[in-house]
Design a protein around this ligand. Structure first.
Ligand SMILES: CC(=O)N[C@H]1[C@@H](OP(=O)(O)OP(=O)(O)OC[C@H]2O[C@@H](n3ccc(=O)[nH]c3=O)[C@H](O)[C@@H]2O)O[C@H](CO)[C@@H](O)[C@@H]1O[C@H](C)C(=O)N[C@@H](C)C(=O)N[C@H](CCC(=O)O)C(=O)O
Ligand SMILES: Nc1ncnc2c1ncn2[C@@H]1O[C@H](COP(=O)(O)OP(=O)(O)OP(=O)(O)O)[C@@H](O)[C@H]1O
Ligand SMILES: N[C@H](CCC[C@H](N)C(=O)O)C(=O)O
Ligand SMILES: [Mg+2]
Length: 482
């Protein structure tokens, strides 16, 4: 039970009807989940306006309603609180409800188009190995020390974030590393959190269905850095031209990492092999099991965060050499028949290009690269032809197939991917709607020494078709087939 007055601390309230000197036992924004004495927040969503469910929420027991507009008819027993921004109010109230857990541990948020999951997962591993209880909020899973919870979003909603953080505090967790997605920032899921630091990885094409323009997408990411307090650090990749944009208006202490430019955390790739990377990190040579120069960027960020959080340089470097790759990110094996299979979550043009360039750079002879790839439905359509073009340019053979079609016609998605293939590359491509058949075909085409890349779904263990999720795991399938 919590006093409404206390939950409203720091919320921009514009009007109140009824008493705020009363207790509630939960905060809900989905009327279907409301129980007795809950506080219901009406949010304007993309599909529905939560204000239309206020009556329903009261019927189910809500005693306090937080909204952007008062309903026409008010009920005497219910308290109504009008706020400027319901999403932001929800996040601040959620933090207050759980006694602001983010200020009781050290929370670091990682944002950018690619590399978030990799960086937060490596940081989780690193701090665990250094002997600290650690938390993780990521696309793949959420972890409260060693306890595993399923992830539904890259950045969960603000109530869930604070629930996890609260559980972390209770479990004695000292550090939490979380992914901060652009949807999450835009929907204010991270408002009201106290960050010890923020990291920017890179900004390339994705989510333009949601953010409309690249500038809008960039400005949403920037607003995360604008909101950091001056006690925090802001660590950005300055090889990406948007790195400096992120720092423009931040109050936080500024730090940089890079491979090509001068930076506080400077990494050079000395060797780039299938077995791993030999790096020079700020003058120290380190061997790591991670593959591909894009992971040199991720490790530069990991090293930067570790030392900014107070870890000894030598300890950080020693543990970096022990870190394991992240599931579904360049996850690979070599079959008995000598075929290398790689499963990777590359679902953006930049990621696909990086992964294919990595494979092209580290292959030793004339091995064929056979790529199986598709694009998700009900998401950014503009990236489809670009991914089609990149896959066909950088592979010996490409099989386009379905990713998660969601509610779109899978064949139409394939047509949009194929539209990006240049005429000289047509003969390299093939389209097979069924993902399992596509993977089977790749496994039949592959000869000893060849490399199969299955891109787009990484760790996902399902395929979403017409609103239904069916079991599907790229890695398990290819492992069985080879
Ligand atoms: C596009 C998007 O982000 N949508 C999110 C958004 O949904 P929405 O705006 O459509 O909500 P809505 O259905 O219109 O409902 C509006 C309000 O009415 C309420 N409602 C609705 C129905 C009802 O009967 N009663 C009721 O009270 C809803 O709870 C909500 O508060 O708000 C919901 C509640 O917080 C989210 O679950 C939902 O995420 C959907 C499932 C989603 O797929 N999001 C993806 C795109 C996403 O967020 N992805 C990023 C990763 C991106 C990356 O790769 O970087 C992530 O952070 O996971
Ligand atoms: N630093 C990087 N720069 C470019 N590409 C990267 C980088 N790190 C990883 N990738 C590529 O992007 C894919 C996704 O990586 P990761 O899951 O770490 O990113 P993410 O930012 O968490 O993605 P999402 O937005 O889906 O949560 C990887 O499988 C790899 O192909
Ligand atoms: N976080 C990404 C996941 C994309 C994964 C891909 N398999 C797809 O379904 O499109 C997104 O929400 O766009
Ligand atoms: Mg992620």
């Amino acid at each position: 039970m919590k006093l409404v007055k206390d939950i409203l601390y720091k919320v921009a309230v514009t009007a109140v009807k009824g008493s705020i000197d009363r207790f509630v036992n939960a905060i809900e924004f989905d009327s279907r989940k409301v129980g007795l004495d809950a506080l219901f927040v009406a949010q304007k969503g993309l599909v529905f306006d939560g204000h239309q469910f206020i009556d329903k929420a009261i019927e189910l027991g809500a005693s306090v309603v937080v909204c952007e507009e008062f309903p026409k008819e008010l009920i005497n027993e219910v308290s109504y609180i009008k706020v400027e921004d319901a999403d932001e109010a929800l996040a601040i109230m959620a933090a207050n409800f759980y006694n602001n857990p983010s200020s009781k541990l050290k929370l670091v948020g990682v944002t950018g188009t690619n590399g978030k999951t990799t960086i937060v997962t490596l940081l989780y591993q690193l701090f665990q190995k250094a002997g600290y209880k650690t938390g993780l909020l990521s696309t793949v899973k959420n972890l409260v020390d060693k306890k595993v919870y399923k992830a539904t979003h890259t950045t969960p909603n603000s109530v869930v974030i604070n629930q996890y953080l609260n559980e972390m505090v209770e479990a004695g967790v000292a550090y939490c590393f979380m992914e901060v997605s652009s949807h999450g920032i835009d929907q204010k899921r991270t408002a009201g959190l106290h960050f010890e630091g923020g990291v920017f990885t890179n900004l390339t094409h994705d989510h333009l269905d949601y953010h409309n323009t690249f500038k809008e997408y960039r400005d949403v990411k920037k607003s995360f850095f604008d909101s950091l307090p001056k006690t925090a650090f802001a660590l950005v990749n300055v090889d990406d031209k948007n790195g400096s944009v992120m720092l423009q208006n931040t109050k936080a202490k500024q730090y940089t990492y890079a491979l090509k430019t001068m930076a506080d955390f400077k990494v050079k790739v000395l060797e780039n092999q299938f077995e791993g990377l030999l790096l020079n990190i700020n003058g120290n040579e380190v061997w790591t099991k991670l593959i591909g120069s894009f992971n040199a960027y991720n490790l530069a960020a990991v090293y930067g965060v570790s030392t900014l959080l107070g870890l000894e340089n030598t300890e950080a470097l020693t543990i970096i050499s022990e870190l394991e790759s992240v599931s579904g990110r360049f996850q690979h094996f070599i079959s008995e028949g000598g075929v290398t299979a790689i499963v990777d979550y590359a679902h953006t043009p930049d990621a696909l290009k990086n992964v294919l360039e990595t494979i092209n750079n580290i292959r030793t002879g004339n091995e064929q690269i056979i790529t199986v790839v598709g694009c998700g439905g009900n998401r950014d359509k503009a990236k489809r032809p670009v991914m089609g073009r990149i896959a066909s340019q950088l592979s010996s053979q490409v099989i386009f197939t379905s990713d998660n079609p969601r509610n779109e016609d899978p064949q139409l998605i394939l047509n949009e991917i194929e539209a990006g293939v240049e005429s000289q590359n047509f003969k390299k491509t093939l389209s097979i709607l069924d993902r399992l058949q596509a993977i089977k075909t790749a496994s039949k085409l592959a000869q000893k020494g060849d490399i199969i890349l299955i891109a787009g779904k990484g760790h996902e263990n399902y395929q979403e078709i017409k609103g239904e999720r069916f079991d599907f795991d790229d890695y398990k399938q290819i492992k069985q087939l080879l």
